[in-house]
Each structure stands twice: as C-alpha cells, then as structure tokens.
Design a protein around this ligand. Structure first.
Ligand code: CMC
Length: 430
C-alpha cells in the first residue's frame, strides 16, 4: 500500500526515519530529528536562492513554468488581460474573488479618492537631485509615506490593513509620475478623480501646458493590460522581500519600499530597462548574430529579457505583450526599428542550441520596454512602471502572510564557514 511519506536512512547512525509528505513537500523542520548525538543540532537543508524551498502556502497566483501557465486566483492571465481592468484585478488579488459591479464601483472610487499625497511629499520629492533615477525617488518616497501614516503600524488590525492597501495602490501612480516629472524638471500634475487608473497616471506623466490633455484611449488600454500582466507573480524576489519585511510586522509602506528596491535590480524588474539598453547597443539586424555569439561565449553579458527561474517555456505574459506591441505600434504609428532587432534575437535564440538546451525563452520584459517606448515613456521609468501594478500583488501576498497562522518572522539558518573562536589581536600586534 503506497504511503505519503519518505523513509530516510541516516548512514552515519543506521537509524531510519519516516517523514510525512504533504502536497509533494516535506517539512524542513522534520529533518531536525535526524541527529548523530544528543547535542547535535539536527539535519538542515541547504538551499541558497530558495531554488527548491516553498516558503509559504499561497492561494494568490498559480504558475506552471513547464507549460507556460499563469493564473491569478484561478483565472488565466490571458482572460484577465482581455476582459478585466487593472483595478478589477487588484481587487481580485487582494480579496480572492472578482468584484460585483457595485463592489468594483466602490473600490474604484475608494482608490480614486486616495490618489492625492500630502503636500509635504511634493516638497521632499523636489529635494531629490536633478538627475536622480526615478526608481530611486520612488523607493525613497514610498518608504517616507510611512512617516505620514503612523497608524499603519497596527498591521494585525484588518481594517487598518485594508485602508492602507487602498492608499498604497492609489498613491503609487502619483509618486511614480512625480518621480518622472522631477527628473525632467517639470511641475507636478495633481491626480484627477474623474479619470481611470491608467488614464490618470498617463495624464500626471504627460500633461504639458494644456490642461485639456487626454491620453489616447488605445494607450490607456495598453497600459492597463501591461498593469494586469505585471500585477503578481507568486514568490519572486521582491515578493519574498515584501513577505520577509512584513514578517517582522513592519508597516506596509516600509515593507513595500523594500520590495520595490528588490525589484529595481537588472535581474528582476530592472530587466525591461536593461533590454532596451541592450537593443539600442545592438542597434541593427546586422549586429544580432555577433551579439548572440558573445552571449554564448560569455563575453557579451546575458540576453536580457530571456530566461526565467520558473518558466522553462514561453512566458505567457510575453505572448500577450507581443500581440499588444503590434496593436500599439499600429495606433501610435511609431514602428520602433528596435522591434526588428528584438524579433531577430528571439528567432535566433529560439532555434539556437545554447538557448534551447537551457530552456531560455522570452520573458515579460522582452517586449514590454518597446511598448513603453512607443507610449513615450522614457527608459529610466521602466522599473517604476513595473512597481506600480506589482503593488497589488505585493499587498495581496502581505495580507495572506499576516493571516497565515504558520508564518513567523522570516529567519533562515546558515552554515557557518568562518573561524572558530580566536583571541582578540591588539592593534600593535596586527
Ligand atoms: N542569457 C544567456 N544565458 C542565460 C540567460 C540569459 N538571459 N539566463 C540564463 N542563462 C544561462 C546561464 O548562464 C546558465 O548557464 P550555465 O548552465 O551554462 O551556467 C543557465 O542559463 C541557467 O541560468 P541561471 O542563472 O542558473 O538561472 P536562474 O534561474 O538563476 O536565473 C534569471 C533566472 C531570470 C535571473 C536569468 O535567466 C537572467 O539573468 N535573465 C536575464 C534577466 C532577465 O530578463 N530578468 C527578468 C526576469 S522576468 C521578470 C521578473 O520576474 O522579474
């Protein structure tokens, strides 16, 4: 009769242990009973970068990396991208169910009402250096919001949590747009309640001398779809940071600033910026084979926008984005010549043994930058564009973590590799 357990023989002691298997997983702590002596700490598992460790149970997002599947709360990403709005998806991520019409109306209006930030935020954002990177300003400003909402520290109170989740989702576009405006020396534009989430953001980003600026509806919809595609991605690097900081019961502004900082790196949310810089460096179709050769030889860096820890197949988000790119270029009339370079890179990489053997496929960042560029959003803003929608995912995961009775403060173990005890050496003896 098969049993859901694992039998382990410790060859050091010849002792045999039986460890239960639940959901295809053994509990790390069950290894602790395996000892060679009474004073032995017990067996640990070593897993740098959490390659094979589940840190939580989660019902937010499902990914099947081998088959290129992504679902939020059970709904396929392709269907959400086609039929939902970003705020509807944010509601779904946080509450677990799609909103009814009246729930959505109330949610949209609650978010719209909180898009304004305290006037002091404006003054400290003006204090950043003239050439500050928008993502640095974004991370700093989100962290600083913690000082405006001391009551947000009451993270065990569900009502308090909800009110600050709404504030965070609402204020991210404002802070993001103002980070950009500051970096180009333009006055800040206040939010407009009457506009949709994406239209309000584009307006705060782009309104010039005319107060009547309205972003084209196609640009608004394209941005909303990009927001949906970036809203959550289970236990990625920045979400792990959100949960980790949140596990110490820090307020959500501090936790989210930390998560956004993790997102900034070029191996994570900074990849879309790195892709655009890479495409510009390659410059033309003629240089593509040479660049691929350098990547394979390890002299040209990585092919940015390719590869993923979880997807060993085409990233389903990249498929939607590729289609979206065609629609946006049609509307904006701005066929980006770098698209040809990207398509050629993809074609070669998908048929090249190096990439095929390692299962490296385009990820979400490979084409998103080209769309942002067509929408007139500068490269420096790309990681910020990722952080705006990921806010709802971070918050959904944070909320889930705080409600999870099994979670405690995140605190991994280590294998100590340093010196054994040694006596202090006085300065004159070193
Ligand atoms: N170009 C060339 N080779 C690559 C690439 C790439 N983009 N990605 C992985 N490899 C190679 C790597 O050199 C290694 O080869 P070998 O086995 O010979 O040493 C093998 O593939 C496995 O790579 P890895 O670094 O062990 O894989 P990982 O799971 O640790 O890294 C990754 C995942 C996304 C960090 C990596 O694929 C990468 O650096 N990609 C480029 C950056 C990028 O596009 N990041 C955005 C990720 S999607 C958005 C997000 O979720 O943030």
């Amino acid at each position: 009769m098969p049993k859901d357990s694992l039998t382990i023989t410790d060859n050091r002691t010849n002792k045999v242990y039986e460890v239960p298997i639940t959901d295809g997983t053994i509990r790390g702590i069950d290894l602790r009973q395996i000892r060679v002596s009474d004073d032995d700490f017990g067996l640990m598992s070593y897993d740098p970068a959490f390659i094979n460790t589940a840190s939580c149970r989660s019902s937010v997002t499902f990914i099947d990396g081998d088959n290129g599947i992504l679902r939020y709360r059970g709904y396929p990403i392709e269907q959400l991208a086609e039929q939902a709005t970003y705020l509807e998806v944010a509601y779904l991520l946080i509450h677990g169910e799609l909103p009814t019409a009246s729930q959505l109306e109330q949610w949209n209006s609650e978010v719209a009402q909180h898009t304004f930030v305290h006037e002091n935020v404006k003054s400290f954002m003006s204090g950043f250096r003239y050439d500050a990177h928008p993502m640095g300003m974004f991370v700093g400003s989100v962290g600083a919001l913690s000082t405006f909402y001391p009551e947000a520290k009451d993270v065990l109170n569900p009502e308090v949590r909800r009110s600050h989740m709404i504030r965070l989702i609402a204020k991210m576009p404002t802070i993001a747009a103002w980070s950009y405006r500051h970096s180009v020396g333009m006055p800040f534009v206040y939010p407009d309640f009457a506009l949709s989430y994406a239209a309000n953001f584009l307006t705060m980003l782009k309104r010039g001398s005319s107060p009547n600026y309205t972003p084209p509806p196609e640009a608004v919809r394209a941005l909303d779809v990009l927001f949906i595609l970036h809203a959550d991605h289970e236990q990625n690097c920045s979400t792990n940071v959100m949960r980790s900081i949140g596990s110490s019961q820090a307020d959500p502004y501090c936790a989210l600033a930390g998560a956004a900082a993790a997102l900034y790196g070029p191996l994570h949310g900074g990849a879309n910026e790195a892709v655009l810089r890479m495409l510009r460096e390659i410059g033309s179709l003629a240089n593509v084979p040479g660049f691929i050769k350098e990547v394979k030889e390890g002299t040209g860096g990585r092919l940015m926008g390719f590869g993923h820890r979880v997807y060993k197949n085409y990233d389903p988000r990249a498929k939607v984005i590729k289609r979206l790119a065609d629609q946006v270029f049609e509307v904006t009339g701005k066929k980006n010549p770098l698209l040809q370079v990207a398509l050629e890179l993809e074609k070669i990489a998908l048929s090249d043994d190096y990439f095929v053997k390692r299962k490296l496929y385009p990820n979400v960042d490979f084409y998103s930058g080209l769309i942002y560029e067509a929408l007139g959003i500068p490269v420096d803003m790309f990681p910020v564009m990722f952080a705006i929608p990921r806010t709802s995912g971070w918050l959904a995961q944070w909320e889930e973590m705080l409600a999870d009775k099994e979670q405690k403060i995140a605190r991994p173990r280590q294998i100590y590799t340093g010196y054994d005890e040694r006596p202090f050496v006085p300065m004159n003896k070193r």
